[in-house]
Write a protein that binds this ligand. Sequence first.
Ligand code: CUA
Length: 334
Amino acid sequence: MRRTVLVLLALALPVAGVVAALFLPGIAPPRGVSDSGRTINEIYWVAFGLSALVFILIEATLLAFILRFRHRRDTPEGFEGPQIHGNTRIEIIWTLIPAALLLGLTIYTFMRVPDVEATPPASGETLEIEVTARQFYWQYEYPNGAISYDVLYVPVDQHVTLLLRSTDVAHSWWVSEITGKRDAIPGRTNRINFRATETGRFEHGVCGEFCGTQHTRMTTEAHVLGAEEFEQWLADNEPPLADDATVALGETQWAAACAKCHGLAGEGGYGPPLAGNTTLVNADALRQLLNEGQDLEGNPGYMPPVGRGWTDEQIQALIAFVESSADLAPEGSR
Ligand code: CUA
């Protein structure tokens, strides 16, 4: 009876492990929706499967030995087992097998790297998108000058290259369904390539590098659109923008660059309340503040230069949104 329970337990553990691996978040990686995303998942499962196999074999052997050589009722008191010193053949075997497994895994991984890199073919069109990371949001700029914040728009089935830059500290771009992560580092441009093969909104994007107090809010998502839908989006957002599109852009700017610290309605929170602050509608003062941030002596508050390098159009978009907002606009500015 006790033996049956033990055997059942020993069988149930690996089964539970496999079920957990397949269905629980945190063990299984998110589904890949690009060539590189799927390849990363494939490498993950091969490495996981191999490790699981080794784990089960070793634990099963350990259990078998514990049971086989346990203390029995008829074992004499003070009994000593045979004292064995070395066994060259077994030692060679248990060195060679792991070495061969690791070498195989290494070769397999290196062979899959080109698919993860997804280098676009020399011929054919590649869409290049300029990505600027700032504390604490992502700015995407498209070839026709269109801009989006925290939401990346890309067409399906097309090679895309992101040119990653940072104007302050190190960040890391990462939308796990799309592909792996890549750092955005001040002073250099990093590239990451992918080709999404499914339309949809992929919302698991995060900043993968600790970059300051609001690092956890530096999220991003990728919207993969059909080719025509994407062209339409580009056309709708091509500057110069119409008035309502300018306000809409300013609103996404506010949500990305300001609201994470100052609140959506400027009510404050991490940063001081901003509702009604006249700097919000004074282009020169606003430009200086966004470019330089604020680090006053004797004042514990620090504001990063959230709009370093913003164009006049970007500053005007923010002002247009503030002026349109009943919550934020200073008195008399609407
Ligand atoms: Cu940007 Cu963490």
